[in-house]
Ligand binder design. Sequence first.
Ligand code: ZN
Length: 220
Amino acid sequence: MKEEKAVVVFSGGQDSTTCLFWALKEFKEVHTVTFDYGQRHSEEIECAREIADELGVSFHVLDMSLINQLSANALTRSDIEVKDGEEGELPSTFVAGRNHLFLSFAAVYAREMGARHLITGVCETDFSGYPDCRDVFIKSLNVTLNLAMDEQFVIHTPLMWLNKEQTWELADQLDALSYIQEKTLTCYHGIRGDGCGECPSCILRRNGFDAYLRRKEVQA
Ligand SMILES: [Zn+2]
C-alpha cells in the first residue's frame, strides 16, 4: 500500500485523527475529506482544517447540509439536548444512515483523486446503536461501491475492533498520543483537547485515556 493514495474521512476528532496518522504511515499520499452538515460547532471544521494543514495533507470540505432536511437531531439542531439513549433507544445524536451517506460521497471524491483506499474511524466496539458503523455494513458497502463505480476500492477501518483505551494505545504506537490529546475535538460542546469533561463524548474519551495510562504504568 506504500505506493498508493488514500482518502481519510476526517472530522478533527480523536478517532479520525488517529486514522489520519495511521494512513500517513501506510500510504504514499494522503488526502482528507470533511463533511459540513451544520454541526453545532463549526469549530469542528476549523479544527479539522488546522490539523490537516499541520500534518501537510490536503483538506476538502463537502457540503452535506442536506441531511438536516432528512432528520432532526442534537448534533445539528441547537434546540435538542445531547443525551445518551435510554435503554434500547438510539442516542439523540443519531442521524440515520449518516456514515453510509458520508462514505459513499467520500468514495466518489476518492475516485476523482485517483485514490482507491478509503479510511474511516468507525468502530463496532463502542457500538452505540449506529448500524452503519458495523463491520458487516462496511464490508457490504465496499462491495456495493465497487459495483456502483466499477472500481476496486478498499475501505480500511483501523479502529473497528478497538475500544477507546486501545485507540489511545494505537495513537501512542503512532507517536501521536500527546498531539491527539491536545489538538483534536471530540466534545459535544466544541471544546478542544480534554473538552468540557461532562458530555458523553468527553467522558468516554477521558475514561479510555485514563485506562490506557494506568495500563502503561503497570507494564512499565
Ligand atoms: Zn464535552
